[in-house]
Design a protein around this ligand. Sequence first.
Ligand SMILES: [Zn+2]
Length: 72
Amino acid sequence: MTCDEAKILLHALLDNELDAGHAREVEAHIAGCPDCAAEFAAQREMQRVLADTDLRYAAPASLRARIEASLP
Ligand SMILES: [Zn+2]
């Protein structure tokens, strides 16, 4: 497996979208390739941070009141 192929499959591996055979191939490549291992670690960290972050933004009550007031 080349680095280009591994990098494409890294994301699928992180999302648990690979079958066992492809997952093993990517993991074997990562184990022997510091470059892809670093990329994998960075992507995993990004995924973890995004999962921990509350990305929902609650609109202020005044905005809700204005919208409701404008509705027929
Ligand atoms: Zn590589």
